[in-house]
Write a protein that binds this ligand. Sequence first.
Ligand SMILES: Cc1cc2nc3c(=O)[nH]c(=O)nc-3n(C[C@H](O)[C@H](O)[C@H](O)COP(=O)(O)OP(=O)(O)OC[C@H]3O[C@@H](n4cnc5c(N)ncnc54)[C@H](O)[C@@H]3O)c2cc1C
Ligand SMILES: NC(=O)c1ccc[n+]([C@@H]2O[C@H](COP(=O)([O-])OP(=O)(O)OC[C@H]3O[C@@H](n4cnc5c(N)ncnc54)[C@H](OP(=O)(O)O)[C@@H]3O)[C@@H](O)[C@H]2O)c1
Length: 251
Amino acid sequence: MTILRSSFIEGEVIENKTWTERLYSLRIRVELMPFKAGQFVRLQLPVGGEVVTKSYSLINAPDEPDLEVFFNTVPNGRLSNALAALRGGDRIEVSQPAQGFFVLDEIPETRHLWMFATGTGLGPYISILKTADVWKRFEKVVLVHGVPLMKELAYADLIGTWQQKYPDQFRFVSCVTREQNSAGLHGRMTDLFVNDVLEKQIGLEISKDNSHVMLCGNHNMIKDMKALLAERGMSRHLRHKPGQVTTEQYY
Ligand SMILES: Cc1cc2nc3c(=O)[nH]c(=O)nc-3n(C[C@H](O)[C@H](O)[C@H](O)COP(=O)(O)OP(=O)(O)OC[C@H]3O[C@@H](n4cnc5c(N)ncnc54)[C@H](O)[C@@H]3O)c2cc1C
Ligand SMILES: NC(=O)c1ccc[n+]([C@@H]2O[C@H](COP(=O)([O-])OP(=O)(O)OC[C@H]3O[C@@H](n4cnc5c(N)ncnc54)[C@H](OP(=O)(O)O)[C@@H]3O)[C@@H](O)[C@H]2O)c1
């Protein structure tokens, strides 16, 4: 097996879109090597005299020319705040090739794919949903996005285009925790799952026999959802020990 070591190449910032005071999408022009939807790159910048490097999932589909990442600033976070300050024409270093196993190739055959995200954990699903593969492989595709405030429901327009294009195949629900949600459900996805509200809203049940669940974002959500899914007999999927749950932890 060949092990590819990543190296950094320079890219140019094309756009830094501000969604809210702490949510951004950065578009970077760079000679990107082929990657799989769901993978991440490392971005690096000099911050306070030191080079800081962190991982970010790619939002763009593999066939789109520019790299895109969706991120939130963290209070006193070194790289996230430096990324938020970038403007068109600025330079940034990007690791090559993209890496990670949060990709459809690693998901075993199943009928229903459930994708749960908190906050910017939505990112890899946007890339995956942009590919033809996901619509060919799964009978039902469900996306659940949890955020504190309605204004943090980024990429809603794009998600809406998939709802229109695949009305029987695709289901989306937002879970907003810190205010009422006119677009979906109010509360944490874990509580809504336990209280039987989430699956009723979607009109499908998560079952060991026909579903695979992807979890991305906050480690507490991942830990709690894994425990709830274990009660249904669902376990972490490993190549040598097949299961029904695949995770990507951001922090
Ligand atoms: C595989 C992988 C993919 C990732 N993809 C993304 C992505 O697409 N978008 C994204 O925004 N982040 C992503 N992250 C997190 C990202 O790499 C950084 O950790 C994050 O931007 C904070 O970096 P910083 O230098 O600003 O913070 P630091 O100075 O390193 O401070 C870290 C502190 O912030 C907290 N923290 C870290 N990340 C977050 C977060 N997202 N929200 C709230 N608190 C956080 C940590 O618990 C810690 O207390 C990913 C992480 C991994 C491991
Ligand atoms: N400055 C701001 O404008 C602002 C805005 C929002 C958040 N924050 C703060 O920033 C920090 C990070 O927030 P974030 O939104 O980036 O990421 P986050 O903590 O991952 O929260 C994202 C969403 O996931 C939910 N969540 C958290 N833990 C969960 C769990 N165990 N199970 C199910 N859902 C869970 C959150 O609900 P809860 O809301 O119930 O936690 C929220 O709706 C938090 O400390 C938050 O207080 C700041």
